[in-house]
Design a protein around this ligand. Structure first.
Ligand SMILES: Cc1ncc(COP(=O)(O)O)c(C=O)c1O
Length: 428
């Protein structure tokens, strides 16, 4: 099974507005209430809700196909077919070949595993560049290689808007650099990095580029071929699917690097990079969540039949919808007395941010704000969300980090208005 031709680009698709009632009808969790108030899910950066078809795919797999792989009987063969189909779905999602897709428990464990395999090829004095902006899962696995004599360099941020300091990054990438690990977008402050440029900088010195797309994946299209990155990781529970991780690796790396593996395991790529028995029902859910997004695209433009084109159609609509919502959210937040917003606030630059907003309000801890919002039915996060380097650098860690409000395409303008009203009331 092959994925879509790679020539399809974002520019070739047309789109229309998000049909919010249609979208919300897909997600049964959205109709919950808290103390009689409708629940408002603003916790997407920690994990999104799933459409009914994901729930169905998981339970259908367990009902009809539950078995280990490679057997000579019906349920095992159905499991093999299901796994192959999920690889094709993720290949359409990321614009790569199915053989370049590896499934795992989550992004963190996939990154620890691949970093160990990359580490065994390095020698003392080699360097890896990471960033101050990243989640710990794209930091600690690389720092762990210090025990092998690898030097870690940390690229800094521009404090005023929480963007990556690209000049500092460029300075820190040298002829000794073997890998640059960078996030596609910050899960704390929402900044979208110029990943294509980071990949170019890494390749200029012959280093590999490892991209953490966990936060970006629910907000926009990913094209690993266009990025030319060497690896990219994401987690389906952040893009409307089950709790799992997915890694893309360039075929030549997956073939030349050596995985740590059990002797009896196959040496065939990509299966040799998948450890033990996987969460099959979760993988069945991954196909369903990719198909949900594709059907969202087809709902907007019925002529978008091929899955990659339908996905691009959906992403365009999602980006437009989320940008409208985040504009209302940020302009409303900035009017709250004592509120400080960390990250990009200029509407002209909202293309450089996800609708993930980090704030503090003088006189209130983030925990207090999140608790009060939670009581009113608004689900938000407080703390550092593992972006510990950032919260320490901005000196907010000791005071509880940030309150994080994260929008997804299933949120509405009415929910944003109600959240702003609740926050104004709490902040008084
Ligand atoms: C940007 C980012 N990277 C990595 C991770 C870790 O992902 P996982 O939970 O799949 O290990 C997260 C989780 O919140 C994240 O937001």
């Amino acid at each position: 099974m092959k994925s879509m031709p790679q020539s399809v680009t974002d520019d070739t698709v047309v789109t229309g507005p998000i049909d919010s009632p249609w979208v919300r009808a897909q997600f049964p969790a959205l109709s919950q209430t808290v103390h009689g108030q409708p629940a408002v899910f603003l916790d997407g950066p920690g994990g999104t809700q799933v459409p009914q078809r994901v729930i169905d795919a998981i339970s259908d797999y367990l009902r009809t196909s539950n078995a280990n792989t490679d057997g000579v009987f019906a349920t095992s063969q159905r499991s093999d077919t299901m796994l192959a189909a999920a690889r094709v779905a993720m290949a359409d999602f990321l614009a790569c070949d199915p053989e370049e897709i590896i499934f795992g428990a989550n992004m963190t464990s996939l990154t620890f595993a691949i970093s160990r395999s990359i580490g065994r090829e390095l020698t003392p004095g080699d360097e890896i560049v990471v960033t101050r902006l990243d989640h710990g899962a794209n930091y600690s696995p690389w720092v762990a290689l210090e025990e092998r004599g690898i030097t870690i360099r940390v690229a800094e941020i521009n404090d005023h808007d929480c963007t990556l300091d690209m000049s500092d990054l460029e300075r820190k990438i040298t002829s000794r650099t073997k890998l640059v690990a960078v996030g596609y977008a910050s899960n704390a402050v929402g900044t979208i990095n110029n990943v294509r440029e980071v990949v170019r900088m890494a390749h200029r010195v012959g280093a590999m580029a490892y991209i953490d797309a966990v936060h970006y994946a629910p907000h926009g299209p990913i094209d690993v071929r266009a990025l030319d990155c060497d690896f990219l990781v994401c987690s389906s529970y952040k893009f409307f699917g089950p709790h799992m991780g997915i890694l893309y690796g360039k075929h030549r790396h997956l073939t030349t690097l050596q995985p740590y593996q059990v002797a009896a395991n196959t040496h065939a790529v990509p299966l040799n990079w998948e450890w033990g028995t996987l969460n099959h029902e979760g993988i069945a859910g991954i196909t369903a969540c990719v198909d949900y997004l594709a059907d969202l695209g087809r709902h907007i433009d019925p002529s978008a039949s091929a899955r990659r084109i339908a996905l691009l159609t959906a992403w365009k609509a999602i980006q437009k919808h989320e940008q409208t919502l985040v504009q209302t959210l940020i302009s409303g937040l900035l009017q709250i007395p004592g509120l400080k917003l960390y990250g990009i606030t200029d509407p002209e630059r909202f293309g450089e941010r996800c609708p993930t907003v980090a704030v503090r309000i003088a006189g209130h801890t983030p925990l207090h704000l999140a608790t009060e919002l939670g009581r009113r039915g608004f689900f938000t996060w407080d703390g550092n969300y593992y972006a510990l380097n950032l919260t320490e650098h901005l000196d907010v860690e000791k005071d509880g980090g940030f309150l994080r409000i994260g929008l997804a395409h299933y949120n509405t303008a009415e929910e944003v208005d109600r959240c702003l009203a609740a926050l104004r009331e709490i902040a008084q």
